[in-house]
Design a protein around this ligand. Structure first.
Ligand SMILES: Nc1ncnc2c1ncn2[C@@H]1O[C@H](COP(=O)(O)OP(=O)(O)O)[C@@H](O)[C@H]1O
Ligand SMILES: [Mg+2]
Length: 247
């Protein structure tokens, strides 16, 4: 029984498609857990539908050819995570006014490339890979969770909000999906500010997606944080109309 198509490493693994490719594979378990529960891919918190998308398999690849050409050159810079004195890895700001152009899909494809680079690079150097090499935060969903937690004054829920903030701050790589879309309370905005501020101050590579141009981050956050974001980010505009619902 092979499971090559269910493993994030399948495009890079010599065993993919052979009889040694199965759920007892130690690398499968490291990434996808036992019985496909847990593991580093689950820790990354990406939505299930996108769990195995890479640059090569992304549905947005053809219609966003220019973006993907840039990303093909960007991914090899992930090797710098293993060079203590290497140049900083750039952050990305994926932007289009229209929704449904493939920003979230693409952000996750890049996150998965990071997972692969981190895992294989650690293996090559005889190092233990981080348990959470990357973290995906859906900022909208997080805002809903936050509003609910404050509304119900629920200590356990607030504890989980705090844990999410810390994971999003400290992950070696993160996606902050849909930043600045909805009107946010001052308190919620300050939490997102704390995440972005921590990551920029520590030079941690981050992918932002937004329907707002990067200049608007001066309004969403403040001029100081915007300056830092602009210094760290390459802005990649996504073209075209919404593809949502099309197959
Ligand atoms: N450029 C594209 N080509 C083909 N399908 C796309 C493209 N962009 C988005 N899609 C599809 O549309 C849906 C929404 O994409 P998503 O990445 O969530 O867009 P966004 O984050 O820009 O709003 C997904 O099912 C995705 O596969
Ligand atoms: Mg999106």
């Amino acid at each position: 029984m092979t499971h090559a198509n269910n493993c994030i490493l399948s495009s890079r693994c010599k065993l993919a498609g052979t009889s040694d490719c199965n759920r007892q594979c130690p690398h499968f378990i490291s990434l996808h857990g036992y019985s496909a529960k847990g593991g580093r891919v689950a820790n990354a918190n990406t939505p299930a539908d996108y769990r195995l998308i890479t640059l090569a398999t992304s549905p947005a690849r053809d219609s966003q050819a220019k973006v993907y050409a840039t990303l093909e050159k960007y991914i090899p810079t992930f090797e710098r995570q293993f060079e203590p004195d290497g140049d900083r890895i750039k952050s990305l700001f994926l932007w289009s006014e229209s929704p449904g152009t493939g920003k979230t899909t693409t952000a996750i494809a890049v996150l998965n490339e990071w997972m692969i680079a981190h895992y294989l690079g650690s293996l090559k150097r005889n190092r233990q890979a981080a348990q959470t090499p990357a973290y995906f935060l859906d900022v909208n969903a997080f805002q809903t969770d936050y509003n609910l937690a404050t509304m119900t004054n629920d200590d356990a829920a607030m504890g989980s909000i705090k844990a999410t903030i810390q994971r999003a701050q400290q992950a070696p790589f993160a996606v902050l999906d849909d930043i600045g879309v909805r009107s946010a309370s001052e308190a919620f905005r300050s939490y997102v500010h704390a995440i972005v501020n921590y990551r920029t101050a520590n030079g941690l590579p981050t992918i932002f997606t937004s329907n707002l141009p990067i200049e608007e981050m001066a309004v969403v956050f403040d001029a100081r944080l915007y300056d830092r974001m602009r210094d760290m980010c390459a802005v990649l505009p996504f073209s075209g109309e919404s593809r949502r619902g099309r197959r």
